[in-house]
Design a binder for this molecule. Structure first.
Ligand code: H79
Length: 441
């Protein structure tokens, strides 16, 4: 996979300033996919579980809008506890949270005057999840953002469809034969006014747009201007206008602040712009128990996280809470693995910058301090030979210690090449970090 980034691209000064307020140092975010689909767990009347993502159930099981409304009308995550969620995230070293305020199914997790198809007005639960969670996150020192599907909305016939299986008429069988889809009518009626509600009524640090089907410059600008008008510090992601694999164009950079790479992509090369990887603890985003699904192993999860940070980005790792409102215990466990590792090795992650050397080493990856005077070697694959080499150094290394316990590591440097003699066993199961003092002029 080739990132379609051009080295000449330049972030605007405004975007850089917004990133530097907190985003670049945060590194670890919790993505949350929660909605009506969470209660179905990937299957509806025996159908639909072959799709990888449970939040796509309305399309995978071809559920007509009227029927999906009945599922929505019973959505009751009675055990939802915003403080417990926020505390769990904060305890795992997570610095920000991004939750689905409205996914492609069109159902909102916040109170909306624009559409009563929302958790407060449409369900027995009646509580505003976005309000409760935003307040809890800020109480626990976390930044708070919302995901909003601005282009797709399966509940609105005017919104464009991006799917193979279900047609517009599978979902809306009563549409008149001469119905003319009009995306701008949908934007003016629902998605733009709902974005206005979100930025006016909630303390948002970030807004995460997704799947910009049909979104051209003019349409994107409506959303960007709306966010900037009410909340000038709020970060906007690139999926406002670019899909995960689109070529990034300089002319669009003022509309958003940072680049979301593809879903679940782990960056492996140096990137010219600051990025965020929307990863997940499992194969789905929404909670899924039906059909094919898997969770990452502890090692895979931690390695994906470390590679993302070393390439110069944040990892926004998703969990899908259960329909009853409780967090998925397996997601909590995997967050805890990263959190426990960060308690010892956080210095190599938070406030770090990407690998300044030319290549990614075979044995793992490298991050650095902002002043470039410290390199952190993340040894992900412990060598049988007992040693590793670092190539491409531009000055002399003056010390090497394990971050875990401060013990010295023997090393020998020959020009731009450094050899480190390691212990017989890794000091950490998944990532032993060696801290190099590396003075630069
Ligand atoms: O919110 C999550 C996804 O639901 C959303 N982006 C992340 C953050 C997303 N929207 N569109 N896409 C991802 C790309 C479309 C994937 C699909 Fe499929 C291919 C949908 C239908 C075919 C994979 C296979 C998912 C369901 C079946």
């Amino acid at each position: 996979f080739e990132y379609r980034f051009d080295d000449s691209l330049q972030q605007t000064a405004d975007s850089l300033a917004r990133q530097e307020k907190w985003f670049r140092d945060a590194k670890f975010g919790a993505f949350i996919h929660f909605g009506v689909y969470s209660s179905l767990e990937g299957e509806y009347q025996g159908r639909g579980s072959d799709f990888r993502y449970s939040e796509w159930i309305q399309i995978s099981a071809k559920i007509p809008a009227k029927e999906y409304h009945q599922v929505a009308a019973q959505f009751n995550p009675a055990e939802f506890d915003a403080d417990q969620w926020a505390k769990t995230f904060a305890d795992s070293g997570i610095r920000y949270v991004v939750i689905t305020s409205k996914h492609h199914d069109g159902f909102a997790l916040f109170q909306s005057m624009v559409s009563n198809y929302n958790i407060v007005d449409y369900t027995p639960f009646k509580r505003d999840i976005i309000k409760e969670l935003s307040e809890a996150c800020h109480r626990h020192g976390l930044k708070f953002g919302v995901y909003y599907s601005h282009a797709q909305d399966w509940d609105e016939p005017d919104a464009p469809y991006l799917n193979q299986r279900a047609t517009l008429r599978d979902i809306h069988p009563d549409l008149p034969a001469d119905f003319d889809q009009d995306m701008d009518r949908y934007i003016q009626k629902k998605s733009l006014p709902q974005v206005e509600e979100l930025v006016k009524n909630y303390e948002l640090d970030l807004i995460w747009f997704d799947t910009p089907v049909g979104i051209n410059f003019e349409r994107a600008k409506l959303f960007s201007d709306m966010v900037r008008k009410y909340r000038p510090d709020c970060l906007i992601n690139s999926r406002l206008i670019h899909s995960g694999k689109a070529k990034i164009e300089q002319q669009y950079l003022p509309l958003y602040d940072y680049v979301s790479i593809g879903d679940k992509e782990v960056p492996t090369t140096k990137l010219p712009l600051y990025v965020e990887s929307p990863d997940s603890v499992s194969s789905s985003f929404g909670y899924k128990t039906k059909g094919n699904c898997y969770y990452h192993s502890e090692e895979e999860m931690l390695h994906r996280f470390v590679h993302t940070v070393c390439a110069g980005g944040n990892a926004l790792i998703n969990n899908g809470p259960m329909g009853n409102g409780r967090l998925d215990p397996e997601a909590v466990r995997l967050y805890g693995v990263i959190g426990d590792w960060l308690k010892i090795n956080g210095e190599s992650i938070y406030s770090s910058v990407r690998n300044p050397l030319d290549a990614r080493p075979q044995w793992g990856d490298i991050s650095a301090s902002k002043d470039g005077q410290t390199l952190y070697l993340h040894i992900l694959d412990w060598p049988e030979s007992g040693s590793i080499t670092v190539n491409g150094l531009t000055s002399a290394v003056t010390s090497a210690v394990y971050l875990t316990n401060g013990q010295k590591v023997d090393f020998a440097q020959d020009g731009d090449n450094l050899k480190l003699m390691l212990a017989d066993e890794p000091l950490d199961k998944y990532d032993t970090v060696v801290k190099l003092t590396y003075p630069q002029d």
